[in-house]
Design a protein around this ligand. Structure first.
Ligand SMILES: [Fe+2]
Length: 238
């Protein structure tokens, strides 16, 4: 852990004057192509640069939002769903109907979310990428970040239950087709009227690694790391 320099405490600053904005997340992976395909399919990303063992993807004006690196020496995770580290990244739709349409598009090709919650401030569907990382696709229930943030810190509901109500997205499609508005659907979802049949509380994603390793035991060897290879192969040594 980095130690704070022992200087005069009165000269310390509690944070940057201008905070930097969150820009991207980077994953180590054993299969760049499968990950690129998934992020293209689920959240409309495309590679800005697609290398032999790395890719940088975006779906907005940024040069990349997700990066994928197949670094030498990488091995499969052990007990991925219960390991400390990243749980999920999240992407937000501007409207309820765009969000629900994306669910239907993916469901039509057999890709279903593993868990879905109305958290109060967002309605969220959680998919799992090929490596077992979560990907949340959400819509803001207020369609206004200021109001959404205020609800989160000020409401009794969030303080009492910060996970919220599980829902079956197919029931939401049915409700929308029946003419209910997004606000009415949120209200009913949050009141637990669309809980999936036989719902079992679970906040982790299935572990894809045992099946992947059974299908290809060489995965256990990981990415070859020649003894002479420098540790940082993607960056010039300085
Ligand atoms: Fe989230």
């Amino acid at each position: 852990m980095t130690e704070i320099r022992a200087t005069d405490p009165s000269s310390w600053k509690t944070g940057p004057i201008t905070p930097p904005l969150l820009h991207h997340a980077t994953f180590m992976t054993l299969d760049v192509n499968a990950m690129v395909e998934f992020y293209e399919l689920v959240c409309g990303m495309h590679p800005v640069y697609y290398g032999h063992d790395a890719a940088w993807l975006t779906n907005d004006l940024a040069n990349h939002r997700i990066a994928l690196l197949k670094l030498p020496g990488t091995v499969p995770p052990i007990n991925k769903p219960h390991s400390a580290g990243l749980h999920h990244t999240a992407f937000e739709y501007a409207t309820f109907d765009q969000w629900l349409d994306n669910y239907e598009r993916l469901a039509a090709i057999g890709l279903e979310p593993h868990i879905c919650f109305d958290h109060g401030m967002t309605m969220s569907m959680y998919y799992a990428d090929p490596d077992g990382n979560g990907v949340e696709i959400q819509v803001d229930n207020f369609r206004d970040w200021g109001m959404s943030k205020e609800w989160m810190w000020a409401s009794q509901e969030f303080a009492a239950d910060y996970i919220g109500a599980p829902f079956d997205p197919a029931k939401l499609v049915e409700a929308r087709r029946a003419g209910l508005s997004p606000d009415e659907i949120h209200e009913r979802t949050y009141a637990r009227q669309y809980v999936p049949e036989g719902y079992v509380p679970v906040l982790t994603f299935p572990d894809p690694w045992p099946d992947r390793i059974a299908a290809d035991p060489t995965l256990l060897d990981g990415v070859p790391a020649p003894d002479a290879a420098p540790e940082h192969v993607l960056e010039p040594q300085g």
